[in-house]
Design a binder for this molecule. Structure first.
Ligand code: ATP
Ligand code: MG
Length: 462
C-alpha cells in the first residue's frame, strides 16, 4: 500500500518543477570551486556513492558559501540512493529522523548528513483526505517523499540553496538560475512566494537571516508578501522557532537580522515585546550595543552563550516588571525574583526557550544588584561567583547603554585589574569598622535597592 502510494507519487510529474526548472551545467572554469575546498569526508562519501552506481552531490549551503568565498558550516550530500542503500554502503552510519529520514555517515570524528532526493508532497485529494498534508494555513505537515534530482532542487527554499556540485566531474548542476542569483547577490525564493511561506513560515525568517549573512538583497517578489504573512509564524512549533532564532542570533549578523525582522514585522511573538523594547530609548540602546558586541565576538571566534543572549534580550522586560512590582509595594529583591519568573514563564510558552538555559539567565539577572553594593567583602564574594564573568559583561553593557552610571563600570574595571592590596583600598574605609553592625542588620534587610540576599546567590547554598 505504501509502496503503491510512493510509486504513484514518484512517477507523477510535478507541474511546478516542469514550469520553473531548466538545467544548466556550470563547468569548473566558470564556478571556480576546487575539489580540495570540499570537506574530505563529504568528498569521500559522494565519491563512494557514485562508484556504487548512484548519483551524489554536495548540496545546499556549502556550495552557496564556497561560491561566495565564505567558509561553509557543514557539507551535506544528496543522492538518489535510498536511506537503506546509503546505510548499507557505509559501515559507520545510521538512519535518523522520522519525518525526514536522513542518514548520518560518521567519518573520523565528523558526521555528514546524507539525504535522498526529495520530491513535492502528494496533493491528491484522496490521499490528503486520509492524512492531512497541510494544516489549515497551508503549512506542510509531511514532505518526506522521494523524488528526482530536479524535484529535490525545486522543493528547496531559495535558488542559491538549490545548486548541486558534482565533486567527480567538478561541475555544478543548476536548475533554477541560482548561479546567476549568487553573482548578482539576489535572494530569490523558488516558486510562488505566498505558497512557499504558507508551506513553511520559517522560510521568512531564513530569508532575513540568509540575506544578512550572505550580504544579499531579498528579491522584491520574495520580500513582498512577508509583512502580510508574518502572523503565520504563530503556527510554527515553538521549538523550531527557537532553533531558528538561535541560528539568527549566533549568525554573526544578529543586529542587522533583528533590525530587519522588525522592519518586516516578523518580530512579533518571537521575543515578546521586542517591538516595545526596541521603542524604549534605553532598551533599544541596550540591545543594539549587546548584539553588536555578540556579532564581534562571533567574528573573533569567541564563544557566545545562548543564555547570555536571552538574558540580554529579555532584560528590559524584567526591568519594567520589576519596577511595576516595586511600585505596587513589593520589596526590591523579592520583586526582582518575581519579575524574573514572570518573564521566563511567558517565554516558555512563546519561544520555548529550553529550561536548561533558565539557570544561567536567572543567575546573570540576580547578580546585577550586587554590582552596586561596593562595600565590605561584597565585591570579593561576587568575584568568586562561578558566573561572575557573564554577569560582569552584562553589567558593563548596562553601563554602556546608560542604564547604569559609567562610573560604576569604570570602578569595576579598575577593581578587576587591581591587585588585592589596591582592591582593599578601593573599598570605602568606614566599611571595615561597620562590619559587625552589617552582620546584624542582614537579619533584617534594609530596603536599599542595592542589597542582594547573599544566600540566594551563593552557589553552595543553592
Ligand atoms: P546555514 O549556513 O545556516 O547552514 P543552509 O542554507 O545550509 O544555511 P540548512 O538549515 O543547513 O541551511 O539547510 C540545508 C539546505 O536545506 C538549504 O540550503 C536548503 O536547500 C534546504 N532547506 C533548509 N531549510 C529549508 C526550508 N525551510 N524549506 C526548504 N528547503 C530548506
Ligand atoms: Mg547548512
Amino acid at each position: 500500500m505504501i509502496r503503491k502510494f510512493l510509486r504513484k507519487v514518484f512517477s507523477r510529474n510535478s507541474p511546478a518543477s516542469e514550469s520553473i526548472a531548466t538545467l544548466s551545467v556550470i563547468p569548473n572554469k566558470r564556478h571556480g570551486i576546487r575539489r580540495n575546498q570540499i570537506n574530505p569526508c563529504a568528498l569521500k562519501i559522494a565519491t563512494s556513492l557514485q562508484q556504487a552506481g548512484f548519483s551524489a552531490y554536495i548540496v545546499g549551503g556549502a556550495v552557496r558559501d564556497l561560491l561566495l568565498g565564505l567558509t561553509p558550516k557543514d557539507f551535506d550530500v544528496a543522492t538518489n540512493a535510498t536511506p537503506e542503500e546509503i546505510h548499507k554502503l557505509f559501515r559507520r552510519s545510521r538512519i535518523i529522523g522520522r519525518r525526514f529520514r536522513l542518514v548520518h555517515v560518521m567519518c573520523g570524528a565528523e558526521t555528514v548528513e546524507v539525504s535522498t532526493f526529495r520530491g513535492p508532497s502528494p496533493d491528491h485529494e484522496e490521499d490528503s483526505a486520509v492524512t492531512p498534508l497541510t494544516d489549515a494555513h497551508g503549512r506542510l505537515l509531511h514532505d518526506n517523499v522521494f523524488g528526482s534530482q530536479e524535484e529535490d532542487a525545486v522543493r528547496r527554499d531559495f535558488t542559491v540553496n538549490a545548486l548541486f556540485y558534482d565533486p567527480v566531474k567538478e561541475e555544478i548542476l543548476d536548475y533554477l538560475n541560482g548561479f546567476d542569483d549568487i553573482k548578482t547577490k539576489k535572494l530569490r525564493i523558488i516558486g510562488d512566494p505566498v505558497q512557499r511561506y504558507r508551506e513553511d513560515p520559517v522560510r521568512m525568517l531564513r530569508a532575513v537571516r540568509l540575506a544578512s549573512k550572505l550580504g544579499m538583497q531579498i528579491d522584491a517578489q520574495t520580500a513582498q508578501p512577508i509583512g502580510d504573512l508574518a502572523p503565520l509564524l504563530q503556527n510554527v512549533p515553538p521549538s523550531r522557532l527557537f532553533d531558528e532564532m538561535l541560528k539568527l542570533l549566533l549568525s554573526g549578523h544578529s543586529l542587522s537580522c533583528v533590525v530587519e525582522l522588525r522592519a518586516r514585522g516578523l518580530h512579533h511573538g518571537l521575543l515578546p515585546m521586542l517591538d516595545v523594547i526596541l521603542e524604549q530609548p534605553l532598551g533599544e540602546r541596550f540591545i543594539t550595543i549587546a548584539l553588536k558586541n555578540t556579532d564581534e565576538r562571533i567574528k573573533q571566534n569567541k564563544p557566545v552563550s545562548p543564555g547570555f543572549l536571552f538574558a540580554i534580550l529579555l532584560w528590559h522586560e524584567v526591568l519594567s516588571n520589576w519596577s511595576a512590582l516595586q511600585a505596587s509595594g513589593e520589596k526590591p529583591m523579592p520583586a526582582l525574583f518575581k519579575a524574573m519568573d514572570q518573564v521566563l514563564s511567558l517565554q516558555h510558552g512563546k519561544l520555548a526557550i529550553p529550561r536548561r538555559f533558565d539557570a544561567v539567565i536567572q543567575e546573570i539577572w540576580a547578580m546585577q544588584p550586587r554590582f552596586e553594593a561596593r562595600s565590605g567583602q561584597k565585591p570579593f564574594r561576587l568575584l568568586s561567583h562561578p558566573r561572575f564573568r557573564a554577569a560582569y559583561d552584562f553589567m558593563q553593557l548596562r553601563c554602556e547603554s546608560g542604564e547604569l552610571s559609567a562610573e560604576l563600570g569604570e570602578w569595576w574595571k579598575a577593581f578587576l585589574s587591581a591587585d588585592s592590596e589596591e582592591r582593599e583600598k578601593m573599598l570605602p574605609k568606614q566599611t571595615a569598622g561597620k562590619k559587625p553592625r552589617r552582620r546584624r542588620s542582614r537579619k533584617k534587610p534594609s530596603s536599599g535597592s542595592a542589597v542582594q540576599p547573599e544566600k540566594s546567590n551563593n552557589p553552595e547554598s543553592l
